[in-house]
Design a protein around this ligand. Structure first.
Ligand code: MD6
Ligand code: FE
Length: 117
């Protein structure tokens, strides 16, 4: 791995958002646009039960596709996808034994500010 690591972006992340999903939890379709720096991808790490993740386009009504995010999966959300609508449709309870009580943890690492220079 190079110094830029998985993200392929030469500056370190400044925030890590941690979400815990119990079996019935969902996350509605949304865009991540609170950050100032959109050149940096968001790196998402999944732990525990598998999630059904849905991703569409940059317009809310665009066609979507679903993929499963299993424990240990890393998803790099960069380029055009950085502004794509996405969400979690469901958690597949019992699909992982990592968390003794079940559920899923998602970590998203983000660059927030534009680097100087
Ligand atoms: C989740 N992920 O996987 C929700 N956001 O639980 C996100 O909302 C997300 O996976 C920005 C970039 C990557 C993501
Ligand atoms: Fe998001």
């Amino acid at each position: 791995m190079t110094r830029q690591g998985l993200a392929g972006y030469p500056h370190p992340p400044e925030a890590c958002l941690v979400n815990f999903y119990e079996a019935s939890a969902r996350m509605g379709l949304h865009q991540d646009r609170d950050e100032q720096e959109f050149e940096a991808p968001v790196l998402s790490l999944s732990l525990g039960d598998t999630a059904v993740f849905r991703i569409g386009g940059t317009q809310r009504g665009a066609k979507t596709l679903s993929l499963k995010l299993a424990s240990g999966d890393a998803l790099l959300f960069g380029g055009a996808a950085r502004r794509a609508y996405h969400g979690i449709d469901r958690i597949l309870a019992g699909s992982s034994t990592l968390l003794p009580q079940g559920g899923r943890i998602n970590l998203t690492l983000r660059r927030v500010t534009k680097p100087e220079g």
